[in-house]
Design a protein around this ligand. Structure first.
Ligand SMILES: Cc1ncc(COP(=O)(O)O)c(C=O)c1O
Length: 507
């Protein structure tokens, strides 16, 4: 029997083996072993189990332990006992009946049509690798201050904060965000307009659920943020790509008439991923046209806090009174992605009108983190962290820019006014997807620009290179490695590492 169910771990044996973990009681171990053997068919239906005396001797446990285990298994139906002994019950699973198991069949499931619309445009590599776009400097996050804020929120609010809370989020956090946005981003808002969400992604999903019906048209920047396309797919919207140039989203003149949208996704402060800033003329035009045609603009201000050049560019939401703008923000870059906290600022009237719907749609929660975050912002810790990160990212961006200029001399570098990434255009002969695959094999994780395009074109062949999580001194060697890989793809011989600059791609 011991070959079928395996030996049990006695407390004495486990201590002698130097383990500090206490093993489960013998009786529980025996029950579990027998159950597993029965379910896996190693003890087929009808097979006779050894007597309690024999099994106790074989397993090195008391007879009473086996008797109780058998009684338990009989009570839940694994075995039946009569005068002739204890036998395994006939169970319905084929393995328990001792029959050979068939390969699990691919289930014939009728998925929702939208499931097939999600195309894997990028590989999901470890996003803490160097050059990953969008990952902040995780090792520079002020963990001690954050721990203090969490402890404070626990001390002050437990046990009440273990309940659901307000569906739209902790009022203290909504107020703190509103105050911060008014000052730092020129957003016109009060706390009552802020809805806390599970990151910007849930904010985008919420915009879709609140403002669109299936089949309606939504515009996205192309190339653009895949999360916006995913949100639109989930709402069964017809997603139309809008080109992007040096002034941001460039809407063709007749698009408002021929393809009128309900929802428009934009990232005006730092277009993702090309980095252009939406010009004021286009902002005003978008607002005027959206107002006229009853559309809503989603302003994704994902990295607007990290402005590196010139004066801060205020939000589009704050540009004019009552703009039809849904301002979306995230703490994934300003704090850390695992916090999964973002928000949407609704126009005042909308916040009032949708209050009942939101109460039914949302459940609140994450209260301790939200209260800690409110304190983190109010105490000035958040502002100080932003200041430190702005300086760090500027330094890192400069290092990346220098390295790209040295190694990819003729390639255009895009963006960099804000944020944590630069975008590099590549000539068509260097396939960006192949290059990123080779880079990944070397532990580097820039993303292929074409992966963000709905309609890939020559201008969308390139690399989106993050510097947020990569120390300045690692950027030159990393770009050197990229240039070496690109040079090999370009049919050029690999240069020796000692040559300086070692791998310069003249394209
Ligand atoms: C354009 C853009 N918006 C928003 C986000 C943040 O999303 P979330 O808050 O869901 O992490 C990201 C993150 O990479 C992004 O690139």
């Amino acid at each position: 029997m011991i070959e079928i169910i395996g030996p049990l771990t006695s407390p004495l044996r486990s201590a002698a083996a130097g383990s500090s973990a206490k093993p489960e009681p013998l009786q529980k171990q025996l029950i579990e072993r027998l159950q597993r053997a029965i379910l896996a068919g190693r003890l087929p239906a009808g097979s006779l189990l050894p007597s309690s005396r024999l099994l106790a001797a074989e397993m090195g446990v008391s007879r009473n332990t086996v008797v109780i285990a058998y009684e338990h298994l009989a009570a839940v139906g694994y075995v039946v006992a009569d005068q002739r002994g204890t036998r395994v019950s006939p169970l319905s699973s084929p393995s328990a009946r001792g029959e050979p198991q068939a390969q699990p069949a691919v289930p014939d499931v009728a998925y929702a049509a939208r499931v097939g619309q999600f195309a894997a445009t990028l590989s999901y590599a470890d996003n803490t690798l160097p050059l990953t776009p969008g990952t902040p400097a995780l090792d520079r996050f002020p963990v001690t201050a954050w721990r203090r804020a969490l402890e404070r929120s626990m001390e002050r609010t437990l046990p009440l904060a273990l309940g659901y809370g307000t569906p739209a989020g902790e009022p203290a956090l909504r107020d703190a965000i509103a105050a911060h946005l008014r000052m730092a981003r020129g957003v016109r808002c009060e706390g009552s307009q802020v809805v806390i969400t599970e990151g910007a992604q849930e904010a985008l999903n919420l915009c879709v659920r609140l403002f669109t019906n299936p089949g309606e048209v939504a515009w996205v920047e192309d190339p653009g943020y895949r999360g916006a396309k995913a949100a639109f797919n989930q709402g069964d919207l017809t997603t139309l790509p809008m080109p992007v140039d040096a002034e941001g989203m460039a809407v063709p003149a007749d698009a408002w008439r021929t393809q009128p949208p309900r929802l428009i996704y934009t990232s005006p402060a730092h277009q993702y991923p090309t980095g252009s800033v939406l010009s004021v003329a286009r902002r005003l035009e978008l607002i005027a046209q959206a107002r006229q045609s009853g559309a809503w603009l989603i302003e994704d201000d994902y990295d607007g806090e990290f402005r590196h050049t010139g004066e801060p560019i205020a939000s589009m939401q704050g540009l004019v009174e009552d703009a039809p703008v849904l301002y979306v923000g995230s703490f994934s870059k300003t704090m850390f992605p695992a916090l999964r906290t973002g928000f949407v600022v609704l126009p005042r009237a909308i916040a009032v009108h949708t209050a009942v719907a939101l109460q039914e749609m949302l459940r609140g929660g994450h209260r301790l983190e939200q209260l800690a975050l409110a304190h983190f912002i109010e105490s000035g810790e958040f502002g100080r962290h932003l200041g430190r990160m702005r300086r760090l990212y500027r330094e890192r961006q400069q290092a990346l820019r220098d390295a790209l200029t040295a190694h990819f001399a003729a390639s255009q570098i895009l963006g960099g006014n804000c944020g944590m990434h630069l975008t590099l255009r590549l000539p068509a002969r260097i396939d960006d997807r192949v290059l990123t695959e080779h880079a990944l094999a070397k532990g580097l994780n820039p993303r292929a620009l074409s992966g963000f395009a709905l309609q890939p074109r020559a201008e969308t062949n390139g690399l989106v290179i993050g510097y947020g999580n990569t120390p300045a001194e690692q950027l030159a060697p990393a770009v050197h490695a990229l240039a070496g890989l690109a040079g090999e793809m370009d049919g050029k011989p690999k240069r020796r590492r000692t040559a300086a600059p070692a791998a310069t791609l003249r394209v």
